[in-house]
Design a protein. Structure first.
Length: 125
């Protein structure tokens, strides 16, 4: 991949590309780059807008997300991970609503839990 990005003048040094992609996405408020294995290819998804975090979801998933959950997913996709308290503060919902949203995202396979207790966080899959 580095060869391609270097030819496009988007990368200068080998080994720094993934961190740079993630850092630039975060600075611009864009969803984090995602890797998807579509056998036999490894596909890198780069997002050009916050709204693209919703557009890349399956239509069946979009249909079951409330407007509030869609807003929350757009925010979470820019971060890559969160705790329920951070999520609640970021999208201005009650802590119980934040846990319900994150649980729904987990049921849909959009996030997975990491850790437990006060250290519990949700990572975008």
């Amino acid at each position: 991949m580095h060869f391609v990005f270097a030819r496009m003048e988007l990368a200068e040094e080998q080994g720094l590309g993934l961190a740079s992609l993630s850092d630039h996405a975060e600075k611009l408020g864009l969803p984090q780059p995602r890797f998807v294995w579509n056998e036999p290819y490894l596909v890198l998804k780069l997002f050009l807008s916050k709204e693209s975090a919703i557009r890349v979801l399956d239509k069946d998933i979009i249909a079951v997300l409330s407007k509030s959950e869609q807003e929350g997913w757009q925010w979470l996709a820019t971060r890559g991970h969160t705790k329920s308290s951070e999520y609640a503060d970021a999208i201005n919902v009650e802590p119980r609503t934040a846990r319900r949203h994150l649980g729904h995202f987990e049921e849909l396979g959009l996030v997975r839990k990491a850790g437990s207790g006060p250290a519990l966080r949700y990572d975008v899959t």
